[in-house]
Ligand binder design. Structure first.
Ligand SMILES: Nc1ncnc2c1ncn2[C@@H]1O[C@H](COP(=O)(O)OP(=O)(O)O)[C@@H](O)[C@H]1O
Ligand SMILES: [Mg+2]
Length: 308
């Protein structure tokens, strides 16, 4: 659905996007993660045909965004990171204005507006002034606007930023609905765990450069450099530690709250052999489990180099 090839954007001497390569398949929900200033908005705006690359190419559904932006625009719904100020305009007028801008035929407009209002749970606000809506509702309205022309690809730039926890959850629910509708979504955030349970792919960008991209699970696997085993014993903890430290499938051990945390670097799925060896040596193991790695840890690991 999106192919980004050697994409570069320079603002004077600053290279905001530096030789970026990224593919998004149809149906993917890609989390585009990076700290503030990493180049997320710049990249998204280039995909959205709103900013010209310094060099490199972007294709949406096979169409070159620079060569034929008019053909690309109907395919995409772009939600900017900043919702403009709209005084003296009602919710339905706002949507009607954009429906006209998207060249929706007049007889179809009212129906499309009702559809997106329902989807974003704003039907009761149809006659309210935009300026009277809460931040969360304004954000949903902005999303409603991007859905009017039923685009295949959604480009969402930090849609949950600045929202309170409740509004965040509402946006998330809405995004899940869009995913289930089969939309392809590129969604940015500077907070990784916010997207973790929602995306199937992630791309992490730092100082304009892609740090890592791919399946969420594969990236976690790649970054954790071994699984951490949590082992609790009835007694003889120090002796067990010595035994573990002598194993070549264990790279590191420490004791946390009376439990041994041992980093396992052997064959994946064969960590039961550690338990076998402990038992064989007469240790009374009361609990043995593999720790879950959370995405925040992965993010810290991946980006540590670039940040420091
Ligand atoms: N119009 C602009 N002119 C000059 N520099 C810009 C402009 N827009 C963004 N930048 C710079 O480009 C870098 C990337 O910005 P941006 O794409 O907004 O990052 P992000 O969305 O990840 O926070 C930043 O250093 C920012 O200051
Ligand atoms: Mg941004």
């Amino acid at each position: 659905m999106v192919r980004i090839e050697n994409l570069v954007k320079q603002y004077g001497k600053l290279t905001a996007v530096n030789d970026l390569n990224l593919n998004i398949e149809t149906g993917d929900i890609m989390g585009f993660i990076g700290p503030n200033g990493a180049g997320k908005t710049t990249t998204i705006r280039m995909v959205a045909t709103l900013l010209k690359p310094t060099s490199g190419k972007v294709f949406v559904d096979g169409i070159d965004v620079v060569a034929d932006p008019e053909a690309v625009r109907p395919l995409i719904g772009y939600m900017p990171d900043f919702f403009g100020l709209y005084d003296d305009i009602k919710v339905w007028e706002y949507l009607d204005f954009f429906a006209a801008a998207y060249k929706l035929p007049k007889p179809k407009r009212a129906g499309s507006i009702d559809d997106v209002l329902e989807l974003t749970d704003l039907t009761i606000k149809k006659d309210s002034f935009v300026s009277e809506l809460s931040r969360g509702m304004q954000q949903r309205l902005c999303l409603a606007k991007t859905l009017l022309h039923d685009p295949k690809l959604l480009l969402l730039d930090e849609p949950a930023s600045g929202l309170d926890p409740r509004a965040r959850i509402e946006i998330k629910e809405l995004l899940k609905e869009l995913r289930n509708m089969g939309k392809t979504i590129l969604i940015s955030s500077h907070i990784l765990p916010e997207l973790a349970d929602f995306c199937n792919k992630i791309a992490i960008i730092e100082q304009g450069k892609l740090v890592v991209s791919g399946d969420v699970d594969a990236i976690i696997e790649q970054c954790r450099g071994g699984n951490v085993l949590h082992i609790t014993l009835l007694d003889r903890q120090e002796e067990a530690l010595a035994l573990l430290n002598g194993m070549d499938t264990i790279s590191d051990t420490k004791i946390e709250d009376g439990t041994i945390a041992a980093t396992y670097i052997g064959e994946p799925g064969e960590h039961y052999s550690i338990l076998e060896q402990l038992s064989k040596n007469g240790f009374k193991v009361t609990s043995f489990s593999e720790a879950q790695v959370d995405l925040e840890d992965v993010f810290m690991k991946v980006t540590r180099g670039a940040v420091s």
